[in-house]
Design a binder for this molecule. Sequence first.
Ligand code: NAD
Length: 341
Amino acid sequence: MTAAKAQPACDNVEVPGGRSRIAVVGLGYVGLPTALSFAGQGIEVIGFDVDETRLTAIKDSRVDLLPRDRTRLASALLDQLLRLTTEPSALAAADAVMVCVPTPVDAHLTPDLTALSAACATVVEHAQSGQTIVLTSTTYPGCTKDLLVKPLQSRGLQVGRDVFVAFSPERIDPGVIEHAPERTPRVIGGVTAACAQKAASFLAHTAGALHMVSSPEAAEMTKLVENTFRAVNIALANEFADAAREVDVDVMEIIAAAATKPNGFMPSCPGAGVGEHCIPCDPHYLLWQLRSRRASSPVVEAAMTAVAARPRDVVARAQRVLADSGPSVARRSDTGDGSDL
Ligand SMILES: NC(=O)c1ccc[n+]([C@@H]2O[C@H](COP(=O)([O-])OP(=O)(O)OC[C@H]3O[C@@H](n4cnc5c(N)ncnc54)[C@H](O)[C@@H]3O)[C@@H](O)[C@H]2O)c1
């Protein structure tokens, strides 16, 4: 069993010590490394997932993990620090529960809350007095209250007294050691001060630092700002790539030059995609919520339209460049055999 690490720096909260049994709901790209990060501190983890196939793959180590996490997984299973289950009642034995399930958008770019609603309903059903529940999936401001606080209160559990609820967005970059959970600062927004304190006390085991904000909504919005910032800046970099071509300069040369400015410029690179599956999706959680309030965010809307169109623009340009340089490019529909270009 690994010794517990020292508590991380926390810039605006006092973090008490202590350890507990933690349940992670959803053992995907984010949930599994998060669970292993706790288990690596010698903390008992209940890994709950609805997908039996995923749990079998985890047991057999047939999952995408950093080499370090692969070793942690083997030890956690051997030392029985990670217990994998599809049985929701197992959540009742946890002191703290982290919800880490997918939050995609549907074909109409509307948030698809199916998995999150189901996971929160399960957590609420099995919530015990004294438990701390932290939602970590990217979502809209107000979601923690809608899916956890109100249903818990309907069950007769008072949040801040009987159970403790917070939102703390996932920021890890699965597969990148520099951005592993224990190296990454966590933002935490509790429903009450007691909720924030309880969440901080267990998240401190697996965070580079803690930063407290005033509410779950502030923490939810923080994640949307982070990913929207990236979407807008990638859209801008793409636009600069087009502008640079017009004036016959190399966009990468100018981005590298601008990045030497010590303040006020953060480089983003142009490209066909935006690098991850979260960036084309997460800002739609904000746009959807704004639309429901008859508000809008024109810069974000334009950026999301531009990043969505970019892969097609890049293909069209590749076809033009190839056509200009000799070989012609067949369209998929032209090949007649269903093969890709
Ligand atoms: N993948 C990333 O790089 C990344 C980074 C930061 C934040 N996030 C956010 O983290 C959240 C999780 O993303 P992910 O990439 O880990 O998703 P994922 O699809 O890899 O895994 C989610 C897991 O949750 C399980 N699940 C679904 N419904 C469930 C339920 N009702 N109860 C229990 N388990 C359930 C699935 O079976 C799956 O194993 C999302 O909100 C995502 O936006 C992801």
